[in-house]
Write a protein that binds this ligand. Structure first.
Ligand code: DWN
Ligand code: ZN
Length: 417
């Protein structure tokens, strides 16, 4: 990629080009057997920013079928804190709907951790999930789940089968859909006249402020803002009616959308859009600054691990997240710097991490033979992980974080170095 090539913006079709590259990357959730290393798929991970519609997006994305399939290794139920968050998310949507019977369609319903709360008490929940194995888990829990990608064609068939949806919900999903026009057209086709689309995704403002560049990987084709969401849905007769910041995944935004002119618009929408202008989120300069910050953070993280290796210290990782694929590959980390990564997901255990080829093991290994230092790849679940793994720090182990800065933490989670 030369940096001069251009392609149309996914939202407004204006020409865009990458503002930086993370280099050649494997599939973020492509945990693999050692035997398959030679044939591992790669693509160029390079983000672009469209100055016409203020949308942060990937320049190139592998086909969605490569990412979401019958061996998809992320299960929404893997975090207790997220399960509690989804309970509250559903309660807020149900409050908006009131007591009347409602049809709620969830896009990207995964194993049903959110969808389960829309089943019963006059509510009917229908999930749409393209990854066959996680959809099967939801179905085994008795949750109606259609194995498909969401778009206009599916929305039309859902409407003719079930009628209009009172709410369409999605958590950490809309930023995964490359054809945002087809998605928005689907919402417009399926939603009842007074219906609402409520979705949340990691917020570009938090990513910039915290330098959490590991949020950029193949699945996250967009990092949304209120400004870019409003621009993406407007051509489909939809508008942003409310926004609410969420603490999840290192800082997310909940967007509530409806048919234009049908709902009062909360003052929070204009306030957030103003704050986005003020923070430079809508200007290319901010992304050039971000590129420089990413390069410095990469060098710092790599230097820390090189110096620990030089001192003969033992280092492992905790949580083989999707995000860690960007971090490990961008920083050039392999098993000579991180011996293994412990993770609770059976589908990941026994495999190696994409591109960096570090063995993934059960947390039992971490418990039985703890390292001196552990990189906390799931920094977004820090409180939950540290509470579960108290024995690690009690035994003298130290956590390493890299968001918002590279640091060694003390036992209470404060910065040590
Ligand atoms: O958007 C996405 C988010 C919601 O989830 C997807 N594209 C994929 C996935 O991203 P991630 O893998 O970065 O998600 P998490 O939730 O930061 O990390 C989950 C991983 O961490 C799982 O492999 C399970 C593991 N984990 C663990 O081993 N012990 C998680 C917790 C909380 C733990 O205590
Ligand atoms: Zn654009």
């Amino acid at each position: 990629m030369t940096g001069t090539e251009q392609r149309p913006c996914r939202v407004c079709a204006a020409p865009i080009a990458p503002f930086m590259t993370f280099g050649s990357m494997p599939i973020a959730n492509g945990f693999l057997d050692e035997a398959d290393i030679a044939t591992e798929y790669r693509f160029e991970l390079a983000p672009a920013f469209c100055e016409s519609c203020a949308t942060f997006q990937l320049y190139e994305q592998p086909s969605p079928a490569r990412l979401f399939h019958d061996q998809y290794p992320f299960f929404s139920s893997s975090s207790q804190a997220m399960a509690a968050h989804f309970d509250a998310f559903a309660a807020s949507v149900r409050r908006r709907l009131g007591a009347r019977p409602a049809l709620v369609v969830e896009i990207g319903s995964n194993d049903g951790t959110l969808l389960q709360h829309f089943n019963g008490d006059g509510c009917r929940g229908v999930g749409v999930e393209p990854a066959a194995n996680v959809a099967a888990v939801a179905r085994a829990r008795g949750l109606e789940t259609i194995e498909a990608f969401f778009g206009r064609a599916l929305a039309e068939s859902l409407r003719s089968q079930h009628g209009p949806a009172d709410a369409i919900v999605a958590a950490n999903v809309i930023c995964h859909i490359p054809d945002v026009q087809d998605f928005a057209a689907g919402v417009a086709a399926l939603l009842s006249d007074e219906g609402v689309l409520v979705f949340e995704d990691p917020y570009v403002g938090d990513m910039l402020a915290k330098r959490s560049y590991d949020q950029i990987y193949d699945e996250h084709v967009f990092m949304w803002s209120a400004t870019s969401v409003a621009n993406a849905i407007r051509p489909h007769g939809l508008e942003l009616i409310d926004v609410e910041a969420q603490p999840t995944h290192g800082g997310s935004m909940r967007y509530v959308c409806g048919r234009a002119g049908r709902h009062p618009i909360s003052a929070a929408v204009a306030a957030l859009r103003q704050s986005e202008e003020a923070a430079g989120i809508c200007s290319r300069t901010r992304y050039d600054q971000f590129r420089v910050e990413c390069e410095a953070a990469r060098d710092q993280f790599r230097s820390l691990l090189l110096s620990l290796r030089e001192q003969g210290r033992t280092v492992a990782g905790y949580a083989a997240t999707s995000k860690s694929t960007t971090l490990l590959n961008y920083c050039g980390i392999d098993r000579s710097l991180i011996a293994y990564i412990a993770d609770t997901t059976p589908l990941k255990q026994g495999k190696v991490t994409p591109g960096s080829h570090i063995p993934v093991v059960s947390p039992d290994v971490f418990l039985a033979d703890p390292p001196e230092f552990a990189v906390l790849f799931a920094w977004n679940h820090a409180a939950e992980v540290m509470a579960k793994q108290q024995a690690f720090t009690a035994g003298g182990g130290k956590w390493i974080t890299f968001v918002p800065d590279v640091a060694i933490l003390d036992a209470s989670g404060g910065r040590d170095a």
